[in-house]
Design a protein around this ligand. Structure first.
Ligand code: FAD
Ligand code: SIN
Length: 536
């Protein structure tokens, strides 16, 4: 059990965490910056991003107003217009910056410019990409750049458990308590099983999304909503959690595979067409933009067609596309399909929607401040107002970089005024014993994902949401009991965090008496005339 002090504590090493750490290091070369990451430095949602990063680049055809209009349209009335403008206008500068740090994006054949792709909901080609491995390339560049920052230490296999606030000093803290402050976090050192106290002047949460709350997701196993759950426990405001985005096209693998492999939306931007098993197009029944309509519309259309036909999947037809160009753009997707016996040039690719992105999260303002002082959030764990009720494709990597920058810019003049809170007690593990049966955790996790997938999926209703809440309450009680009596493990903490996230999604969904963006309920199929954010 150690006590550590760091000037700046960063939770997470994806695009938001590493971009912030690099920027903070340059602004504060004499301050200590500690990045905790719960597995290895390179494992994150970021690493799996395929399609790319959206930014206004080709000024002959594109402009900020068009990107803003597309983002607002996808967000279905719930985006914060000022935030959309900030991200769209500052985005290209952040992309140029990561290019300067060594990130490579594909160029057109004569290398005269970037090969800009198009995805659902975008009116122009504006997605910079590196083959179908954009996230891997960006993560690589960030990891190399951060190594140049002498005052940044990355602690791998450190699992942040809880944010430290006045609550840990024995004071009563409720959600409306004014002046809640964050003094750092308790973290489990997975290598020795000890729980360390990490004190910080400021904490920046960049813990990513929560796709693992559903049975079928494109998100890697790290995406368990730890940050959102931690922040909620610390009494931060969390908003818009009902808007969980399902990606329309994850690869349907009859052998079962988790996480689900993504077939990038860029494949549709490249000419892939959604079809039935009989080879008929169906998107004309749902949206004039056909296969390139925004994600909420396409995922719901696929779900509806599958239910109507009683099938396990629909199809993406790429057989008419040029093989050489397809393989050059999508080498990973091509190889993956081949590995399960599908040749995209001869067979239609079987696809099915899978949970992909957490649009809501810890509520922040334009500088990334949460409702707790000395706590910032950036990236997928945060809710900035950019995505509204449905995120526009490839706007997430962009948002992560823009907000990491804005958080760093907010610190000069403030960091020096925040001191370490020395009287924080160490973690108290008294009265806990090693778990007797791991199955108590694994089975609850399975149940949780089934509940969320059956009752809080793409189509919802009052009855389904009520069932989900009742069952979640039982899981919550059982898990809290385990938590009080059992030695802390990452598995137990992830289960606990996922139950909290599931509760936040379901409760926000129950409150929303309308259908908007990613939230569709058969009880209220229309939109309300006014717009409300669900703040918990
Ligand atoms: P992440 O990259 O997920 O990083 C989170 C970090 O926090 C990780 O290092 C994790 O280990 C750490 N962490 C989490 N909990 C804890 C804890 N308790 N303690 C310590 N560390 C913790 N977006 C786009 O814009 N374009 C795309 O093309 C695109 N494609 C995608 C494809 C796939 C398959 C997926 C899954 C997502 C895609 N997205 C895409 C979304 C995008 O990748 C993510 O939203 C974005 O990368 C999130 O970045 P982040 O830094 O917020 O979080
Ligand atoms: C994709 O490549 O389809 C994912 C893009 C995104 O999630 O923004």
């Amino acid at each position: 059990m150690t006590r550590t002090k760091t000037d700046i504590l960063v939770l997470g090493s994806g695009i938001a965490g590493l971009t912030f750490a690099i920027k903070a290091s340059r602004l504060f070369p004499d301050r200590k910056i500690l990045v905790l990451t719960k597995t290895t430095e390179g494992e994150s949602n970021t690493r799996y991003a395929q399609g790319g990063v959206a930014a206004v680049w080709d000024l002959e055809k594109d402009n900020f107003e068009k990107h803003i209009a597309d983002t607002l349209d996808a967000g279905d009335g719930l985006c914060k217009a000022d935030i959309v403008r900030i991200v769209v206008e500052e985005g290209p500068e952040r992309v140029r910056e990561i290019i300067g740090w060594g990130a490579d994006f594909d160029k057109v054949k004569d290398a005269s410019g970037y090969d800009l792709a198009r995805e659902g909901g975008h009116s122009e080609h504006r997605i910079l990409h590196y083959k179908d491995l954009t996230g891997w390339e960006m993560q690589r560049a960030l990891m190399e750049e951060v190594k140049k920052c002498a005052n940044v230490q990355i602690a791998e296999h450190y699992f942040a458990l809880d944010l430290i606030t006045q609550h840990h000093l024995g004071r009563m803290v409720i959600r409306v308590t004014p002046g809640i402050e964050c003094y750092g976090c308790y973290a489990l050192n997975k290598q020795n099983g000890e729980i360390d106290t990490i004190l910080a002047r400021v904490t920046v949460m960049c813990t990513g999304g929560a796709g693992q709350v559903y049975k079928s997701t494109t998100n890697p196993v790290i995406a368990t909503g730890d940050g959102v759950a931690m922040a909620y426990r610390a009494k931060a405001r969390v908003e818009n959690m009902e808007f969980m985005q399902f990606h329309p096209t994850s690869l349907f693998n009859p052998a079962g595979e988790t996480p689900s492999f993504l077939v990038s939306e860029a494949v549709r931007g490249f000419g892939g067409i959604l079809k039935t098993a009989e080879g008929e197009e169906f998107m004309q029944h749902y949206d004039p933009r056909l296969s390139l309509a925004p994600r909420d519309i396409v995922a719901r259309a696929i779900d509806s067609e599958m239910k109507k036909r009683g099938t396990d999947c629909m199809y993406l037809d790429c057989r008419h596309l040029d093989k050489e160009a397809f393989v050059a753009h999508f080498p990973t997707i091509y190889e993956k399909c081949k590995s399960i016996g599908i040749d995209p040039m001869k067979d239609m690719i079987p696809i099915v929607p899978a949970c992909h992105y957490t649009c809501g999260g810890v509520m922040v303002d334009a500088q990334g401040h949460t409702s707790i002082q000395r706590l910032y959030a950036a990236g997928e764990c945060s809710s900035t107002g950019l995505h509204g009720a449905n995120r526009l494709a490839s706007n997430s990597l962009l948002e992560g970089m823009v907000f990491a920058h804005r958080v760093a810019q907010d610190l000069p003049g403030k960091l020096e005024t925040w001191s370490f809170q020395e009287d924080v007690p160490n973690w108290n593990a008294e009265g806990t014993t090693d778990p007797q049966e791991m199955v108590l955790i694994t089975q609850s996790l399975k149940e949780l994902r089934e509940i969320m997938s059956y009752y809080v999926g793409i189509v919802r209703s009052n009855v389904r949401l009520k069932r989900a809440l009742d069952r979640l309450f039982l899981l919550y009680q059982e898990t809290e009991e385990l938590y009080k009596t059992t030695t802390i493990s990452p598995q137990l903490m992830e289960l606990r965090n996922l139950i909290t996230v599931a509760y936040l999604i379901t409760r926000s969904a129950s409150h929303r008496r309308e259908s908007r963006g990613l939230h569709y309920t058969t009880d209220y199929p229309e939109q309300l005339p006014f717009v409300e954010h669900s703040v918990l």
